[in-house]
Each structure stands twice: as C-alpha cells, then as structure tokens.
Design a protein around this ligand. Sequence first.
Ligand SMILES: *[C@@H]1O[C@H](CO)[C@@H](O)[C@H](O)[C@H]1NC(C)=O
Length: 374
Amino acid sequence: MVSYRKSRICVYTDFGASSPLVDSVILSVASSRLPTPQILPSRHFLRNLVPSQSNPTSSAPLVWLHSAEQYFPTDLQVFLDNTKPRVNFNEVAGPSPLDLNSLNRLGGDVFLTCKDDPTTSPAWIKGTKPNAEGKTEGATTGAVIVNDKGNGNVDVFYFTFYANNWGGIVAGIKSLNFGNHVGDWEHTMIRFANGLPTHMWYSQHANGQAFRYDVTRKHNSGLRPLAFSSNGSHANYAIPGTHDHLIPNFNLPGGVLEDHTNEGFLWDPLPNSLFYRFDAPANKFTAYDGKAPLAWLDFGGRWGDQEYPTSDRRQVKVFGQAKYGSGPTGPRDKQLGRGNVCPDNGKTCILRTILVPKSVGSEDELLEGDVVQE
Ligand SMILES: *[C@@H]1O[C@H](CO)[C@@H](O)[C@H](O)[C@H]1NC(C)=O
C-alpha cells in the first residue's frame, strides 16, 4: 500500500524580510497596455510571480500539457515515497523518513529507484492531472528559484517535476521507443535585465531555445507567458506543433523523432511550487517563506532509476540508444548561475525574435532578428 503524505503548499502572503538586492528590481511588463516600468519592493517582485486579478504584472509562465499526455506533474514527496536509494543497482540505507528535509543525506552516486516496476505504469507514476482551474491539487510539483544578481538583473527559474518521461518513437516504429526514464526535471527561465523581462529560455532535452520575452505567446493575450510541454517528454517549447526531438551525438534527420505540443491541459505550476532565492557566489539556497525545505536542493544524485543493463529484459539498445535511460539530477545542476540566457553546453546561444519550432534544419541557422550571445 502506498502512503500519500499531504504535501506542503507554499503560502504567498508572507515572504519574510525583503532583500535589498531584489528591492532594486524594477518591474515592467512586455505589454503595450502597461508601458511604464514600476519600481516595486521585493515582496511585490515575488508577488509578480504569482497570478491574481489584482496583480496585472504577473510574469510566471503557464504550461499547456499535451492532450495525449499520460505522465503528469508529480508531487515530490509521492515520488520519494515510491522510490528507494540505490547505488549501482544495490539498495543502500537512507534517512528515515526520506523526504525533502533529509534527501541531502544521500550521496551523489544514489539513484532514487522505483520500488515497483515503472514499465508497468503504476498509478502514482502518472502524477496529478491539473483540474479545471489548472491546479495540480494537493501536489507540490516543482520550485521557483530566483537568482538575483543585483541592479534588477534577475534570472527566475521555473522548475517542474514529472515522475516519468516517455521518450517518443523513432520513424513511427513502435518498437523503436527510446529515451524513457523515471524522473523528469524541466524548466523555463525568464531573464530580467535592469528590471525588465528580456528573454525566456525553454529547456528541451540536452539543450533548448531562447526567445525575446516580448515575442513569447501570452495566455489570453495577457501578461503571463506560455510554455508548451511535449507529450511524454515534457520538453518546453514556445509554440504548439511539431518539433524535432534532438538527441546529442545522434544525428537523426528531421522528422524522424518528434515532440508534439498542443493546447491539451492548461496548467499553472505556480500555486504548487516552493519558492527559493539562490545566491550564486555562495552557491546557497534560502526559502522565501523561511519554511520550505532546503535539504533536497543539495541532493547531488539522480531522480529516477539507473539505466538498465542490456541483461535486464526491459532494456533495448539500438545504435547506442537505450530504451530506458537514467533519471536526471535536480535543479541545482541546471546552471542557476549561468551567464548567458542559455546554459553553457558548447552550443551557440541564439536569442530569437521569431517564434519558430525546433528543427534540425534551423537549429544553428541564423534567422532574421537573431542575436548570438557569446
Ligand atoms: C503521447 O504519449 C503516449 C505515451 O505517454 C503515447 O502512447 C502516445 O502515442 C503519444 N501521442 C502523441 C500524439 O504523441
């Protein structure tokens, strides 16, 4: 019997002491209706991440999950309740209870491994489908992490967690299903420069795409930007449609492996997120409410099973690509102190002004209005 602990849900009303750094943030919105930048104190900066009728400056992304999605955002504690720490496939002792306050006591070599067989799709691994209001009720599904660099230069990361990742099908051949893994951390990031939201980063597998903030799609043409989460793999795209699913060091031609995004289920991750400030020079997190658990952010291991060996009957390997890969590391590993809008991964960082689908053909090709960040 799986026990579902009621998860903590962040309360927005009290963010505690304000930071002089964030105090200097000037908020503006990329909307012609509200052209004048407003100078607001930090509590308002945080509130800016929170949607409400009375808060027209909210800039936190909303997510469209795909209409065929099977694996929804997942409560972090539910995930922990259904996994056991393993190193090299062998169970190791872990803290008890295993929760967001104790996770850092596990080593960086640990894989949080499913207790049951994830390939049989146990109910818990399917996560929580957003309700009619777009909320994943009772499930804490991610974190907002604010890297405030001073003088209104702020990167706000929106992390979302899904217990399972379905990797897609190559060339429409059902048996060629690769890149599945337990545990899936995804993010978008909005960069503020001198207090203005300038760009938005969409994480997609090993890389992603960056667009100028003002051209990103907004919900109901309002103020909150949209991310489109691809069916199964949850890569974040700026527009609905078909995108080439690129795999590093595996040069598939365009159209062979695709991600699909559409307006299936609208999800607002914000009310079910934990809120943190990240001090990059000190490499230190603090909770805005002084209460949100911190330990889990320092866990250096993997959220999910280790890639099964080929001797495991579930595993299939073709052209070096595994049907079941390893789970990912957590938010702290996603370059929270990055210099460019894109993470530093050897790829060209292109800031686009035209919303284009991800495609093999135009990945590195410069389009009109593109700016390359060196
Ligand atoms: C969506 O993902 C599920 C697996 O999670 C898969 O069975 C289905 O074929 C996918 N549909 C589309 C349209 O990609």
